[in-house]
Write a protein that binds this ligand. Structure first.
Ligand code: KG4
Ligand code: ZN
Length: 343
């Protein structure tokens, strides 16, 4: 039988990315072009600049991708694209590009929810079975969900203010350790003293699975203001202490989530992390320990598939394709698109 191949396109934030994935979970080719240089001097993503950069790069990268994999558009089974949620200018670029390729080559079109892309990635890299418990932690989101099936999500909790990724990015900006924030804070934290600053762990001990990071961010700002001059070591200590507080909150929230998950699905075995912050080793290590303690199997996608990429969209597209879930060319790019409203 003919190999099933999905083209996935991602352009919802500051990465222009595309990939080809087949039904055997093989990545035939993948390109991620990060717009860091475009946004660095602003200390964060500027939506208008992002949209223009996506427009400039999207077609070129897809052509390069097809060449790399030595495939023609005729070899594709469908075209999948992140249809939202995200920065609308960028999402529009991806959606228009995907629709054009699909129309021109008579292929099915699949609009993938960007968060579903993150959520299903671990099923590409690991043998993860539905239903599974998921910590989805990225720049725009911090949620705990039970993934019951493709398109079926039960949200157990979410952030009441900032996301974890946002907190990493804001702390990085305050300390001037560079953009993108998460990886730079993690790097600085490696040589820092995590016990030096006693930052609060919001939500700790409370019922439910909600998160909050804005108080922690404020505590970091106050700590910085208290220091007359700030040395490189001070920065490292703040990063380490901050990261410890983030991880402590996640541990507390996930402990509650595991209890709910086990009550609902006593036979389920899998726990998964996804999203950009899932690239953080302290977060991954804590989750591994927590899973071991609770007799769950923990799976985390490879670091390169945690932050935004085309593979996650192509794979989620494949999962949808295999279930016959296609979208019409009337689909409109969505700035907001909660995961638990897919079905
Ligand atoms: O999933 P993602 O690439 O984009 C969104 O969908 O938002 O996540 C980006 C977020 C950023 O906030 C970035 O600082 C954070 O993920 N991040 C990290 C790490 N790598 C990326 N946070 C902590 N540690 C990391 N190693
Ligand atoms: Zn993302």
């Amino acid at each position: 039988m003919r190999e099933k191949i999905i083209l996935g396109i991602e352009s919802s934030c500051d990465e222009t990315a595309c990939a080809l994935v087949n039904e055997k979970k093989e990545i035939l080719a993948s390109i991620v072009w990060s717009q860091y240089d475009e946004h660095r001097r602003f200390g964060g993503v500027v939506p208008e600049i992002a949209a223009r950069a996506h427009l400039e790069k999207c077609d070129l990268l897809i052509n390069e991708l097809m060449k790399k994999a030595n495939k023609k558009f005729e070899d594709l089974s469908a075209v999948a694209v992140a249809g939202g949620p995200g920065l609308i200018g960028g999402v529009l670029v991806g959606v228009m590009t995907a629709k054009t390729i699909a129309l021109a080559h008579n292929l099915p079109f699949i609009a993938v929810n960007h968060l579903e892309g993150h959520s299903l990635t671990a099923r590409l890299s690991h043998p993860v079975e539905f239903p599974y418990l998921l910590l989805l932690t990225s720049g725009g989101h911090c949620q705990v969900l039970i993934v019951e099936d493709v398109g079926k999500y039960k949200k157990l909790g979410g952030t009441i203010d900032d996301s974890a990724g946002e907190a990493f990015d804001k702390v990085a900006k305050m300390l001037g350790v560079g953009y993108p924030g998460g990886p730079n804070v993690e790097k600085a934290a490696k040589d820092g003293d995590e016990k030096r600053f006693k930052f609060p762990v919001p939500m700790k001990g409370r019922e439910g699975c909600d998160f909050s990071f804005s108080g922690l961010k404020t505590a970091v700002r106050v700590a910085i203001e208290k220091l007359d001059t700030i040395t490189e070591q001070d920065k490292k200590d703040i990063c380490a202490s901050f990261q410890k507080a983030v991880v402590a909150q996640m541990q507390d929230r996930l402990t509650n989530a595991i209890r709910v998950f086990k009550e609902n699905y006593p036979n389920a075995k899998d726990m998964v992390v996804a999203g950009g912050v899932a690239a953080n080793m302290s977060v991954r290590n804590m989750l591994q320990t927590l899973a071991d303690k609770n007799d769950l199997k923990f799976s985390a996608p490879p670091i390169g598939l945690c932050t935004d990429n085309g593979v996650m969209i192509a794979w989620a597209g494949m999962e949808r394709f295999l279930k016959g879930k296609f979208d019409s060319f009337d689909f409109k790019a969505r700035p907001r698109w909660p995961l638990d409203t897919l079905e």
